[in-house]
Design a protein around this ligand. Structure first.
Ligand code: FE2
Length: 365
């Protein structure tokens, strides 16, 4: 049976971050995370108010953008939120049609469909409002053959740092204030036409002190998955509350990226000083009984701090970084899926104990 999807999404196109210093952020994403800077825009390309670096690894594309002048939307965004995700861009076959569909479904239009062109072809985009100051962008790039978008200059990639083996974006998680999860789940359903993949309540995801609730929305092909978290009643401030206070509102909590060899990827990231959350050693003592047979060596997983979870479809391996800026806001997940389409619910409790330890160190628990 084929059902006509009026808003077919091909996948993640890119994620754009507004940061205080794009040049230094690009260095971090290259040298620590293994991304290759492939394109740039700024003063030397004739842009006077901002600078952007396009960073690529596998199919993952990050854009790092800073303001060059003080009275600028990007500068104000950074002053309020710190470094963080501004744009979640999805690739579509027809951006104009996508914008017509979401306009009809009540989206707040921030930039109507617009086509820009250069000698490499044309690119059409449109932007709609999402939670907090975060936005969604539709990108139609089938008629564009340049490195990223008109206006960007390609960079010499011959001397780039080696990849860490990251392949694709798996899911992007948003934190929203108390009692707004339902609204945003409905927004994904009604505006983007997504369906609900999973629902976690505070019974699944709680410790004695802090809790959260989560709904996971996915597009028709299952390629794009967006969990939405809200804090739940706990004895103390939850990690979601800490994020919302630190980011000054709703925003992207973490981006999960897949790898084909999580042990090699995490080893490389650790060598380059990416810090990860550590669960207690007792986690690995119980692991064999909990998840049964897996291909990986449990001693190696324990050495690297990689977590395992199993469900009816298979298992997954995952690990979470510490926040990648001084505010305890955005962090990363590295994930390797062996059949499981889940999010590691079996690891939530161990992770929360570890997260609460970090919150306490920051004086936020
Ligand atoms: Fe995740």
């Amino acid at each position: 049976m084929s059902v006509h999807d009026p808003l077919p999404i091909r996948g993640y196109d890119h994620v754009e971050f507004y940061v205080g210093n794009a040049r230094q952020a690009a260095h971090f994403y290259e040298k620590a995370f293994g991304f290759t800077p492939v394109a740039r825009l700024g003063l030397e390309t004739g842009v006077r108010d901002r600078a952007s670096y396009v960073m690529q690894q596998g199919q993952i594309r990050f854009v790092l953008t800073s303001a060059l002048v003080p009275d600028h939307e990007i500068a104000r965004h950074c002053a309020l939120h710190g470094d963080g995700v501004k744009v979640i861009a999805l690739e579509v076959g027809d951006a104009r049609a996508a914008m017509d569909v979401v306009r009809g479904r009540g989206a707040t239009i921030l930039q109507p469909a617009q086509t820009v062109a250069d000698e490499h072809g044309e690119l059409t985009t449109g932007v709609i409002a999402y939670a907090g100051d975060t936005v969604f962008k539709f990108v139609q790039r089938s008629e564009y053959r340049g490195v990223f978008a008109p206006g960007y200059a390609a960079l010499d990639v011959s001397a780039a740092a080696p990849s860490a083996g990251l392949v694709a974006i798996d899911h992007i998680v948003t934190n929203v204030p108390l009692r707004q999860m339902e609204f945003w789940a409905g927004w994904y359903r009604d505006v983007l036409g997504f369906t609900q993949l999973a629902h976690f309540t505070d019974a699944d995801i709680s410790t004695k002190y802090s809790a959260l609730m989560s709904k996971v929305m996915e597009n028709g092909t299952g390629k794009c998955k967006f969990p939405i978290n809200e804090p739940a009643e706990g004895l103390r401030k939850s990690q979601i509350d800490e994020y919302l206070e630190s980011y000054c509102g709703a925003g992207v909590q973490h981006v999960a990226m897949t790898t084909g060899d999580i042990c090699a990827t995490v080893r490389r990231l650790r060598e380059r000083n990416i810090d990860f959350l550590r669960v207690p050693d007792t986690y690995y003592e119980a692991l064999r009984d909990r998840v049964g047979a897996i291909d990986e060596d449990i001693d190696e997983l324990a050495e690297l701090g990689i977590l395992v979870d199993r469900d009816d479809d298979g298992y997954l391996l995952q690990i979470f970084s510490q926040p990648v800026q001084d505010r305890p806001t955005l962090f990363y997940e590295v994930i390797e899926r062996h059949g499981s389409r889940g999010f590691g619910v079996g690891n939530f409790k161990a992770l929360f104990v570890s997260l609460e330890r970090e919150q306490a160190r920051r004086g936020n628990l």
